[in-house]
Ligand binder design. Structure first.
Ligand SMILES: [Zn+2]
Length: 472
């Protein structure tokens, strides 16, 4: 600090004054409250979106119950979200400053002495009824609905909608504001020259966010603690669903990190956008995914994330014990003593075809219960046993991810579970560990462009991880 003062004294008088002025202005800017932060805090929850900072009670069907022995808290500091906006858009305040000049027309129309009042549309309300409540006349209804956009939108107002009405001092309609959705607003103004209407659209801006977590005993909770919505957690699991069996293969210490988009309208949070890049480390194996402009995900080397087979025919969110590698087989009481993998989940849980193929058998017997066999090609066949219901018929073609039945306890079982077999050239293999053919690489002509994007995104991901580590 001493050095700074000495340096300051060395400066010419004019420079000293300028510097003082600059410091003063900077202080004012820093001390001014930021509406931006307020707006984004309020909107998501008020509009039914999930607030990213809140831990929600997950509906039972979506929650993997924690085994009674594991009472580990998921909120260890290591997995708190690090949600610092990325460098490309760190200046929301700049946008806020330019906003005011966006709509000069409207600012002028709304004379400062007008008092705006909110009127909520009630069940059975018409525009006429609402106008009457607002102290306006049938003539006002007629005049306003002569405007085409007003007519189109105001004649189909719905219960719960909000109309903002401003009247002049002598009780005449001066301005009507009606939000058509989160970004578009209809504004009707009355001036000496008559009624005017206008649709104002807020500018939607995408910001990127970073989130990461280390999983303690449950992927779902780790995701929630990282500030992700249920939808985002499922998206993440879908992106890596060809590589990782989220139902059975996750372990304590697994990690994920991701960059995703958020949409803002005039600084107000609208909704989450796409996941742009993600990394998942499962039992020491690292998987990466980058979203390309074609809407598909590719590994950082440019191989499609989509593969011929899903790792798991059951969504992880239904499977009861994610973290119990020594779970006993529900029939034999032994650890994996048979030729398949068992997924224990509630009766009725949807079962998906692991890959495209043809149903070679959809039938019932007293051992398998209801069962479905799918032949994918000359090499691969998958089998699904003990279903409550079969949803496909013998001979039918199925697509990867298609629901072929629901989990049950039919046949010789002691409890509900899916018995899943993966057969390669007639030999039973472990679907969770078998090496499958490499997926398609990105098209040759997209390769260079993807490589640049991938490099940038993975560097950004790495940078954010480092920043987070440093902050701990
Ligand atoms: Zn089994």
């Amino acid at each position: 600090m001493g050095k700074v003062i000495t340096l300051f004294k060395l400066l010419p008088k004019l420079h000293q004054m300028l510097l003082c002025g600059l410091v003063f202005v900077t202080l004012i800017i820093i001390l001014m409250p930021s509406d931006d932060a307020q707006a984004s805090k309020q909107t998501p929850s008020a509009s039914g979106e999930y607030d990213v900072n809140t831990r929600y009670e997950v509906p039972l069907a979506f929650r993997s119950p924690t085994p009674p022995s594991a009472s580990l808290s998921e909120s260890s500091p290591s997995q708190r979200t690090h949600r610092e906006p990325l460098s490309q858009n760190r200046e929301p305040s700049k946008q806020a400053l330019t906003q005011a000049t966006d709509k000069p027309e409207i600012q002028a129309a709304a004379a400062p002495k007008l008092k705006e009042k909110h009127f909520q549309v009630k069940s059975g309300d018409t525009l006429a009824a609402l106008f009457e409540r607002a102290g306006l006349t049938a003539k006002d209804v007629y005049d306003v609905t002569q405007l085409p956009k007003a007519k189109k939108n105001l004649l189909k107002i719905m219960p719960g909608d909000d109309l903002v009405i401003a009247k002049t001092e002598d009780g005449k309609l001066a301005k009507l504001t009606y939000h058509l959705d989160k970004i578009t607003t209809l504004i009707v103004t009355h001036t000496d020259s008559g009624y005017h209407e206008q649709i104002v659209t807020k500018k939607v801006e995408a910001r990127t966010k970073f989130a990461s977590a280390t999983i303690q005993n449950n992927f779902w909770n780790a995701g929630v603690n990282a500030g992700l919505t249920p939808n985002q957690i499922m998206q993440l699991a879908t992106i890596f669903g060809w590589d990782i069996d989220f139902a059975l293969d996750l372990r304590k210490g697994d990690q994920f990190a991701m960059i995703f988009e958020e949409e803002y309208a005039d600084g107000e949070f609208l909704k989450n956008g796409n996941i742009l890049a993600a990394e998942f480390t499962n039992q020491g194996d690292r998987y990466t995914a980058v979203r390309y402009k074609d809407g598909n995900y590719y590994s950082e080397e440019g191989r499609s994330m989509r593969k011929a087979f899903l790792r798991s025919p059951v969504d992880f969110k239904y499977v009861s014990s994610s973290f119990n590698p020594r779970r006993l087989h529900p029939v034999t009481g032994q650890v994996k003593a048979h030729r398949g993998v068992d997924y224990v989940a509630a009766v009725g849980t949807p079962i998906k075809a692991a890959g495209n193929g043809r149903v070679i058998k959809s039938s019932y017997n007293k051992y398998n219960g209801n069962y479905v066999f799918i032949k994918h090609n000359d090499t691969y066949t998958t089998k699904y046993l003990h279903l409550t219901k079969r949803k496909v018929k013998t001979g039918q073609s199925v697509k990867q991810g298609q629901i072929i039945g629901t989990l049950g306890s039919t046949g010789r079982v002691t409890g509900p579970h899916l018995h899943y077999e993966f057969i390669v050239n007639g030999v039973h293999r472990n679907p969770r560990t078998i090496k499958l053919p490499k997926s398609e690489p990105i098209a040759k002509k997209e390769k260079a462009q993807f490589a640049t994007l991938s490099k940038t995104m993975m560097a950004e991901l790495e940078h954010n991880k480092q920043v987070q580590l440093a902050a701990q």
